[in-house]
Design a protein around this ligand. Structure first.
Ligand SMILES: [Zn+2]
Length: 257
């Protein structure tokens, strides 16, 4: 689902979550240099570890998590299918822990894709998991809450577009969360993608670099996308979406030719 389908009140919630993430990691967005953002520092301010698994299949994820958490992990039917990312969150009584796993082999998952997957999962944590925890706390639910998501690799024709097939599963409460947030299930994926784009490409740095490149390369959107994507270590499609969302080209100063 496209990011532009996200209703305004949720766009605001996503921006707030991005700002909260920077604040929690004590990173000042106003003084952050334009370029690659310190993603792992952002994630590590939460009780979430980050790890990589080579040739990551559902089977390997389950084995890894069983050692890490001591829990038996249900393996999906398609246990040998390669995954691009995986999220595991667990809350039981007062303890909250989680981990984000990404593919280790660069030829299977280039670094910009791994970063986008990890940022997408952090988005689920802040946008969907934390509000659910809050609801559970208010309702004094004592059942353990487990959230998992396997991100499947994009299909060949979608490889440039960051279209992941996420399968989010929550032990209990998915309907409550959707009702409370006023969104449908498909929107959760678009929201996590939107969060990832906003987190990895802060507005101020994006504008500054676009302005710098404009002098040399002009205002053509595709040219700016090609120049800026490697600067932020994101895919061209994520870069393009963000430039359009921010209307960066429209905001650039007029230059005399
Ligand atoms: Zn997802």
């Amino acid at each position: 689902m496209a990011i532009d389908k996200i209703p305004q009140h949720r766009r605001e919630a996503i921006s707030q979550a991005v700002h909260q993430a920077y604040q929690d990691a004590e990173i000042d967005l106003d003084t952050l240099k334009p370029g690659i953002v310190p993603l792992y520092r952002l994630i590590q301010s939460y009780p979430i570890s980050v790890d990589e698994i080579q040739d990551m299949t559902a089977q390997k994820v389950a084995e890894f998590l069983e050692v890490e958490t001591g829990q038996t992990i249900l393996i999906p039917e398609d246990k040998d299918c390669l995954l691009a990312g995986y999220l595991y969150l667990q809350q039981y009584q007062d303890s909250l822990s989680g981990c984000i796993l990404t593919e280790k082999r660069p030829s299977a998952a280039p670094i910009f894709r791994r970063r986008f997957s990890a940022a997408h999962e952090l988005g689920h944590y802040l946008l969907h998991f934390l509000p659910l925890l809050e609801i559970n706390r208010r309702n004094r639910t004592s059942e353990p809450l487990i959230v998992t998501e396997g991100l499947y690799n994009p299909k060949q024709e979608e490889a440039e577009q960051d279209i992941f097939n996420g399968e989010l599963s929550i032990t209990d409460g998915l309907d409550t969360i959707l009702e409370n947030l006023g969104i449908d299930r498909n929107l959760m994926e678009a929201e996590a993608d939107c969060f990832a784009g906003e987190l990895l490409i802060p507005e101020k740095g994006c504008y500054e670099l676009a302005k710098r490149y404009q002098g040399r390369f002009g205002k053509k959107l595709d040219v700016l996308v090609g120049r800026l994507a490697p600067e932020f270590l994101v895919s061209k499609s994520a870069m393009k979406q963000r430039l359009i969302d921010l209307n960066i080209v429209g905001k650039l100063p007029k230059v005399l030719v």
